[in-house]
Design a protein around this ligand. Sequence first.
Ligand code: ADP
Ligand code: MG
Length: 235
Amino acid sequence: MMSLVVARELSKTYKMGDVEVDAVKNANFEIGEGAFVAFVGPSGSGKTTVLNLIGCLDKPTGGGLEVTGFDVTRLDRFQAARFRGTNIGFVFQNFNLIPVLTVAENIEYPLLMVQNRPAKERVTRVNALLEAVGMEDQKAKLPDQLSGGQKQRVAVARALVTNPKLVLADEPTANLDHKTAHSILGLMKKMRREMNTTFIFSTHDPRIMAEAEVLFTLEDGRLITHATEEGGTND
Ligand code: ADP
Ligand code: MG
């Protein structure tokens, strides 16, 4: 299996005045194509930082990082934005839907703003995603009119509409009740099966961890354990 993400001694140090925070320290990991894996650990352990590095939203201060076989440590801001737009979808803890856009328009947004696809193709694609996440009959609603679980369904559709190789989901279930959290995880798994999209998420909910194939445990920025199952990501 091809490795989609390869991190070697990956490090990120934040400087705030005289204070340095090692948010990620010398992390080594590989994530295979089509994997469904989670970074876990307590608040402040470095989960968001790792996801932001993989998502090219932030730059490492040390080590190497390849995403889709590409050395992303060399990208400037504009190249990083283009790389994200074509290769990566994002799902956030707070959904981050645009409040003045309808469900359908929120899903369409990445096609319009980042990829600039033709209108006919956009409509087909948005309808396919609306159906996949079970939100066809809600497509004219505004985010305010939706429950938390419905908002996250829209966010999953938006993340997948460009058919990215990789979806990064930072604590996607943290603001959802347990049952809804499970249904969102189930939805992500279904999309992964159907589209062979790689999913990398973070969580500190132990009940959600059981859903991942591989767990990367962080503690104070260090990767401390790496549980691999049959068919996992390494080798
Ligand atoms: P988690 O997502 O696991 O809660 P984070 O990756 O957000 O952890 O944070 C890891 C560490 O890095 C924490 O100590 C946090 O305070 C620090 N940190 C994160 N982002 C910044 C930043 N932009 N500036 C300074 N420190 C940061
Ligand atoms: Mg976080």
